[in-house]
Design a protein around this ligand. Sequence first.
Ligand code: ADP
Length: 407
Amino acid sequence: MAKTVLVINSGSSSIKYQLVDVENGDALASGLVEKIGEPTDGFYTHKYNGEKHKFTEPIPDHETGLKRVLEFFDQFGPNLKEYGLAAIGHRVVAGGAVFPEPALVTEKTIHQVEDLATLAPLHNGPEAKGAEVMKKLMPDVPAGFVFDSSFFQQLPAVSYTYALNKEVAEKYQIRRYGAHGTSHEYVGSVVPSLLNKPAEGLKQIVLHIGNGASASAQIGGRPVETSMGLTPLEGLVMGSRTGDIDPAVVFHLIRNAGLNVDELDKLFNKQSGMTGLTGRGDMRDVEQLAENGDENAQLALDIYHHRIVGYVGNYWAQLGGLDAITFTAGVGENSAETRAAVIDKFAFAGVKLDAEKNAIRSDEPRVISAADSSVAVCVVPTNEELAIARKVIKISEEGDVYGNKVA
Ligand code: ADP
């Protein structure tokens, strides 16, 4: 019988789920619950066996949504018992300094996740709620939290400490926590075997560029730098986030435009980045516009690439050498143009793509640099669900580092 994990990603108004076979990494079924708690109807999509089941009805809360999802598994398959459901995995954005490792879901850890909501106001509340509901609906199945921030808890102080007043920073727990950690760790772990090199000492940069985007520098699988900060707003230009910007822009807008905190939050997180520059948040649209001669879209692309190049150069120096640059997530996996625009800037240092390999579309991890490139360039499709599933199986079998065990 297969050994599977149901991986759940609860957002404030949506829930994504995937049933993962931990042995072969296959996604057996997946789905989406949208518009939870909204006055209009919500949507369900459940995918299994090449079939897509869609429903529209009001979804007042997460409990209603998750109950329906379990009914879909009964009704449309796969049957969770027959498919050897061994555990449930909950993705959590912010684990702060409290959770450097995954944790089993208990009443205590649910409260701790809730309490960390100050670090991720839109995420931790719904994530804790999702775990609480699933514990009620499936009390006999072990469940674990996997934190997007855990991997970057290993960052050295020199990288996670802001040059902000020390007392204030300590009092309010202000530091760089990073995000997308599960993806950076997973992708970084695939690269050594792809290059046929030992993981130990391997110096690499991982570029997770999707709608959200972040870079990491790693040595021997340990992170030494990352671009996201206290929250995911810092760093690269993203679909709708500014990435790095002079914080004095905030003071300026408060003083001159009379914006309040929520308006600023929305402006920086939802109405900026590619969306703010071009009106389009999807990179395919921006690339299309630029191809059709839209100068504004071309400038936006140039800004986007410019920022990535800056981070790669910075991290290369911080690492003191470089073995591999790896692209992942929606843009990184699919946009040969973005990869070429970034890598071509490092021609001066002998980094070279193999144009044919770069143009190939594939779901497989692959090397796309030329044989004589000074640094290997790779594409590794990220698989956060599989990484979460593996971690949850481990703690459900061995217990977590906080002393919790499955009864
Ligand atoms: P998220 O951060 O929401 O998980 P993804 O990693 O799924 O995002 O990336 C989504 C983004 O990937 C889309 O907004 C789109 O811009 C980009 N993308 C997907 N396919 C392509 C493509 N063929 N070319 C360029 N960009 C693409």
